[in-house]
Design a protein around this ligand. Structure first.
Ligand code: XBP
Ligand code: MG
Length: 255
C-alpha cells in the first residue's frame, strides 16, 4: 500500500484552537446568558475529555450545575452553542487562533506531491470554514477534498464515524491514508477506523497515552524550528521537519 492521502484533525492539530479560541468563546456565550459559569484553563483541560461543544456543556451542567436541568435544557444548550460558535469564528477572524508550525508547509508540499487531503474533526463545520478562510493562504483554501465535521458525523471521537465518513466519501482504503491527530480521543478514533496515525501532541494532550500511533512528535516542525520525535519507526529522540518524504518513509515501514 502506498501513501495516497493525509487526513487532518482540526482542533489541536491544524491550530491550537482550544485555550484561546473555543474556551474564550464558551465563556462569552455563558456570560451572554447571564450565567456565572467560567471555564478556566485547568477546568477546560478536564472538560476536553468530552468531545463536541454541546456534549461538553451538557457534561459540565451534569457535573457542576445539576439543578440547572431545565425542561428545555437541550434547546438552551444548542442555542448557547450557536452563540459560542459565532464567538469562535470572530476569534479566528481576529487572528487569535494561529495555525500550528509546519501546517501550511506540509499542506502545500502534500498537494504538490499529489497526495489527496481531507479534514476529519469533531468541531462544527462553521469553525473549520472560518479557519480555512482566514488562516490558509488563498492558494490552499481548496486543498481539502472533503470536510468531515460534526455535521457529517454527529457521533463524536473517539468514535471512528467521522473517519469512516471521509474514507467512504473519498473511496479510500484506510491502508492508503495517514491520519494526523493531536489527542488520545483522536488516536482512538483513527485506530478504530483502521488508519495509521501521526500524533502532533497539543498542549492540552501532553501526557496522554498514544500507544499505537505510527509516530509521536511535538509538532510538524519548520526548518528553523524542527519538531522532536518521541516515537516513530526511526529518528526517535531526534529533531525533524515532517515532510512528505519522511511521512512516506515512516508509512511504508509498516506495510
Ligand atoms: C475538538 C472538539 C470540539 C472542539 C469545540 O475537535 O472536541 O468539540 O473542542 O468545537 P477535533 P465545537 O480535535 O476533533 O478537531 O464546540 O464546535 O464542538
Ligand atoms: Mg484534535
Amino acid at each position: 500500500m502506498t501513501l495516497q492521502a493525509l487526513i487532518f484533525d482540526v482542533d489541536g492539530t491544524l491550530a491550537d484552537t482550544e485555550r484561546d479560541g473555543h474556551r474564550v468563546a464558551f465563556n462569552r456565550a455563558f456570560a451572554d446568558e447571564g450565567l456565572d459559569w467560567h471555564w478556566d484553563e485547568a477546568l477546560y483541560g478536564d472538560l476536553l475529555a468530552v468531545t463536541g461543544g454541546k456534549e461538553r456543556i451538557a457534561h459540565y451542567v451534569k457535573r457542576f450545575h445539576p439543578d440547572w436541568a431545565l425542561p428545555d435544557a437541550a434547546a438552551q444548550i444548542a442555542r448557547m452553542h450557536q452563540r459560542k460558535t459565532a464567538y469562535f469564528e470572530a476569534r479566528v477572524a481576529a487572528g487569535a487562533v494561529p495555525l500550528r508550525p509546519g501546517v501550511v508547509r506540509l499542506i502545500r508540499e502534500a498537494r504538490e506531491a499529489g497526495l489527496r487531503l481531507a479534514i476529519a474533526t469533531t468541531t462544527s463545520r462553521a469553525n473549520v470554514v472560518a479557519l480555512i478562510e482566514h488562516m490558509l493562504p488563498p492558494d490552499l483554501r481548496d486543498a481539502f477534498e472533503i470536510l468531515g465535521t460534526a455535521e457529517e458525523a454527529p457521533v463524536k471521537k473517539p468514535a471512528p464515524d467521522v473517519f469512516h465518513y471521509v474514507l467512504q466519501a473519498m473511496s479510500l482504503d484506510p491502508a492508503d491514508a495517514l491520519a494526523i491527530e493531536d489527542s488520545r480521543n483522536g488516536l482512538l478514533a483513527t485506530t478504530a477506523a483502521g488508519l495509521r496515525t501521526l500524533v502532533t501532541v497539543s498542549d492540552y494532550a501532553v501526557g496522554q497515552d498514544f500507544t499505537g500511533a505510527l509516530a509521536i512528535l511535538d509538532g510538524l516542525g519548520e526548518p528553523d524550528a524542527p519538531a522532536t520525535v518521541t516515537a516513530a519507526p526511526d529518528s526517535v529522540g531526534e529533531r525533524v521537519v515532517v515532510t512528505v518524504a519522511l511521512l512516506r518513509r515512516w508509512f511504508e515501514t509498516t506495510d
